[in-house]
Write a protein that binds this ligand. Structure first.
Ligand code: PMP
Length: 347
């Protein structure tokens, strides 16, 4: 079943066998990987663990996701890229995305010579399941990407509807849950993987866990897909400092939870503030660590803020998002500075 969905050259791939994976047991003297013998005392002269095993065990302990269902990418961006290369053939297959959504799904598809089917969201920025189901039936995409909470809208889609789409889709459905920690009462697609192994979930350390600079994305998938991913990914894609950074976050999960709670409260406060500004026409209800707002003139406000040293994201070029800015929730001082600047703008 999964086998049939894979590109044939991936199915038959003989993976690179790294030095350290060719022996088992304990060894004192490692002369197998052409590393430097001079490591100081941080061990960084050694290649990192290709399995990122310590981090995955900690993910199982803290997040409850079974070890054999996870793999780590150099950011979820690498996972997105590799999934497309695993399941879609150049010049032949397509991926399906909703618009507006996170930008790299389509960029990685284009880099791989895979076409992109765009299905616009409804006017209220919800999934248009009817249109998606008919596009799936007609075009048979290799992968359907669904981002929930969606970037840049902050909207969580109904899990039942996501699962119904995944059921109808004979290919892979990737549910990107990068922002899920900021959603209260979030229902993940992960438990559905055991009934529908064509569902793949993405998580990341870049948002709630505060480790964007470490580049750590999590693939959560049926073990058969996980095993293929492990063959396809570059052998040493996760550096040891990156793995340690992820471990640090998980071992201090209370700190992460407090950060999330603070961010949610600040998001609430900032959304209400936006509602009081006369030039703000719409504040989209967000379950992520950002807020999207429609203003009288997004370009002018963007430039005004930039002159005050504040960078936000102008999303006005996305379909359905004329005159919108996406604003990340920052620290208390950052938000105070932003509010003061926004208060002073004569939209
Ligand atoms: N998915 C979504 C929805 C995102 O918004 C982002 C980054 N902004 C990513 C994935 C990429 O995350 P990472 O840093 O793990 O590559």
């Amino acid at each position: 079943m999964i086998d049939k969905l894979l590109n044939p050259w991936i199915r038959e791939l003989v993976p690179y066998s790294s030095a350290r994976s060719e022996f088992s047991g304990k060894a004192e003297i490692l002369l197998d990987a052409n590393e430097s013998w001079d490591g100081g005392n941080d061990g960084i002269n050694r290649y990192p663990d290709p399995l990122a095993g310590e981090l995955r065990k900690e993910i199982e302990r803290v997040m409850g996701i079974p070890y054999e269902m996870t793999a780590i990418g150099n950011g979820s961006d690498e996972v997105i890229d590799l999934l497309i290369r695993m399941f879609c053939a150049q010049g032949k297959d397509s991926v399906m995305i909703e618009r507006p959504t996170y930008g790299t799904y389509s960029v990685f598809a284009h880099i791989s010579g895979v076409s992109v089917i765009d299905v616009p969201l409804t006017k209220s920025l919800d999934l248009d399941d009817k249109a998606m189901l008919s596009a799936i039936r007609e075009r048979k995409p290799g992968i359907v990407f669904i981002c929930s909470p969606n970037n840049p809208t902050g909207r969580v889609y109904s899990l039942d509807r996501i699962l119904a789409i995944a059921e109808a889709n004979e290919g892979i459905t990737v549910v990107d849950e990068a922002y899920c920690d900021f959603s209260e009462d979030f229902r993940s697609a992960i438990p559905a993987i055991k009934d529908n192994p064509r569902i793949v979930v993405l998580r990341t350390f870049s948002k709630a866990y505060g480790k964007a600079g470490a580049r750590l994305g999590i693939l959560v998938a049926d073990p058969r897909i996980q095993q293929v991913f492990m063959k396809v990914k570059p052998p040493y894609n996760i550096s040891r400092p990156a793995e340690e950074s992820g471990l640090e976050a998980l071992r201090n999960i209370e700190k992460v939870r407090a950060h999330v709670q603070e961010t949610i409260e600040r998001r609430r406060d900032f959304s209400s503030f936006l509602g009081t500004l006369s030039y703000v026409q719409e504040v989209f209800s967000s379950e992520a660590n950002f807020v999207l707002a429609r203003v009288s003139d997004a370009k002018a406000l963007y430039s005004y803020l930039l002159k005050r040293g504040i960078v936000v994201r102008n999303r006005s070029n996305d379909p359905l998002l004329e005159n919108t800015l996406r604003i990340t929730i920052g620290s208390e001082q950052e938000m105070e500075a932003l509010k003061e600047a926004m208060y002073g703008w004569q939209g």
